[in-house]
Design a protein around this ligand. Structure first.
Ligand SMILES: O=P(O)(O)OC[C@H]1O[C@](O)(CO)[C@@H](O)[C@@H]1O
Length: 452
């Protein structure tokens, strides 16, 4: 069960204008119609993922687990890893999983080396995930890990330990999987990375780790249970964020209470930032849309960021994420007695205290005239997490419709990648790198450069 009962109810006068509904309800309806049309035409595949039966993946994972693998290394970045990490951490505890999961995401040699130190490659599967099949971070790390695997178990056995998750037809990883006979799964061609958490991208490693992927999809399906009314509820939340953005609240802090929700916000940040930060609308006119997502973790960031949120520029929309129940709880012992200013805490559970802190912080921000909303998950079980993921994918897609931009591309990330490839000797991008990067020895660290 999941709930987000007062999701999106921004509750201070400083937030939404009183005529919000009058101003936005027609636009919400248009956004819903447009998004539904794109989904039913097959252009967008993310919405139908929860309808797919995961039995094939579940059965496959059970079979592979029975072979005795102790670890999997998920090699991927962005949409190819964040969703998996979000679910694993939220639903945890991951260290009790049937197969331990390690993430080779960033190109950090120390991290990758540490992973290699922790696993026994004879008992480890490499799960490489990339929709495009050519992401520099993913393919570089794959080649290092594959080389280590071949050296440990030999080429024929190594090829049985690699699982590729990529586009059905295109890309270097698909070509490699065919050439080397690697087991593979498909990322549907009409599902982009940041909208792929309910596809094999995450379901395969999650099922391998022994997580309840069926429950995850069930929770996601429930998000649209109410039909038209549910669609309107999601569109209204999207419109609230967009309207607040128009009113000058250009930053969205997602503040989640609990360490387990850390990666869930990382996943959200990519979804929101890449989908809505755009320079052109759908007709090609210059726009510059976007609401900057910011991560905060309660209660830690009460002691780090809340001063700024309370008294700094009033430019933030603050979304609290709480869970009603925790899989484990601990209580402060009633004796021996604590000194008087703290004695009221005795007998209280940590989850009670955390919840009071979330409510206190939200109330204080509201008093300071800062727009806030709260999402309360029933728990961090499969259904709640699935519902949260699906809801935010729909909200983000609907926000894209309201802004009249394409929420499903990311042209702005390409130039930096090409320059990096050029610097590393890619024949087509070398000139670009030479032109853009300051010449060697030119210390540009004291100058701010911007081209308009
Ligand atoms: O799955 P891929 O193709 O490796 O891409 C990884 C990530 O890189 C991006 O394309 C951005 O560079 C994201 O949109 C994507 O999730």
């Amino acid at each position: 069960m999941y709930i987000y009962d007062d999701a999106g109810l921004f509750d201070v006068e400083a937030g939404l204008s009183p005529d919000f509904d009058a101003l936005w309800s027609d636009r919400c309806q248009d956004a819903i119609t447009s998004l539904r049309r794109r989904i039913s035409s097959g252009e967008l595949g993310f919405a139908s993922l929860p309808e797919r039966d995961p039995i094939e993946i579940i059965t496959w994972a059970e079979g592979r687990r029975a072979e005795g693998w102790t670890d999997q290394i998920v090699i991927g970045i962005g949409g190819s890893s964040l969703g998996t990490r979000a679910v694993l951490e939220a639903m945890g505890p991951a260290w009790r999983a049937a197969v331990r999961t390690h993430f080779a995401e960033n190109l950090d040699p120390v991290t990758l080396h540490a992973i290699l130190e922790q696993v026994d490659l004879q008992k480890t599967l490499l799960v490489v995930v990339t929709k495009s099949g050519s992401t520099i971070e993913t393919m570089s790390q794959l080649w290092i890990l594959y080389d280590a695997l071949v050296k440990t178990v030999g080429r024929a056995q190594a090829d049985r330990q690699v699982i590729a998750i990529t586009d059905p037809q295109k890309g270097s990883l698909r070509a490699l999987a065919r050439e080397r006979g690697w087991e593979s799964f498909e990322v549907p061609a009409n599902v982009g990375g940041r909208f792929s958490v309910l596809s094999p991208v995450s379901l395969v490693p999650l099922a391998l780790a022994g997580y309840d992927v069926d429950g995850l999809l069930g929770g996601a399906r429930r998000c649209l249970d109410g039909g038209d009314e549910a669609w309107m509820g999601l569109a209204r939340i999207a419109a609230q964020h967009v309207a607040l953005g128009d009113q000058g609240y250009g930053q969205l802090v997602m503040m989640a209470y609990g360490d387990r929700l850390n990666a869930l916000i990382d996943w959200f940040r990519q979804l929101w930032a890449e989908s809505l930060g755009k320079a052109r609308d759908r007709r090609g006119a210059r726009v510059n849309t976007g609401i900057t997502p910011i991560k905060a973790i309660g209660a830690i960031d009460q002691h780090s960021q809340v001063q700024l949120y309370m008294e700094g520029p009033n430019d933030k929309q603050i979304v609290f994420v709480e869970t009603r129940s925790h899989s484990i709880d601990l209580t402060i012992p009633a004796s021996p007695p604590l000194p008087a200013p703290l004695s009221h805490l005795q007998g209280r559970s940590l989850s009670e205290i955390l919840q009071a802190e979330a409510q206190g912080t939200r109330a204080a921000l509201a008093r300071a005239g800062r727009p806030t909303a709260c999402w309360r998950l029933e728990s961090t079980g499969a259904a709640s997490v699935g519902g949260f993921l699906a809801a935010w994918m729909f909200i983000t897609a609907l926000a894209g419709e309201l802004l009249d931009i394409d929420a499903f591309d990311q042209p702005g990330v390409e130039l930096g990648k090409k320059i990096a490839h050029g610097l590393l000797g890619h024949p087509e991008h070398g000139a670009l790198a030479g032109e853009t990067v300051p010449p060697p020895g030119d210390d540009a660290s004291d100058s701010w450069t911007a081209r308009r």
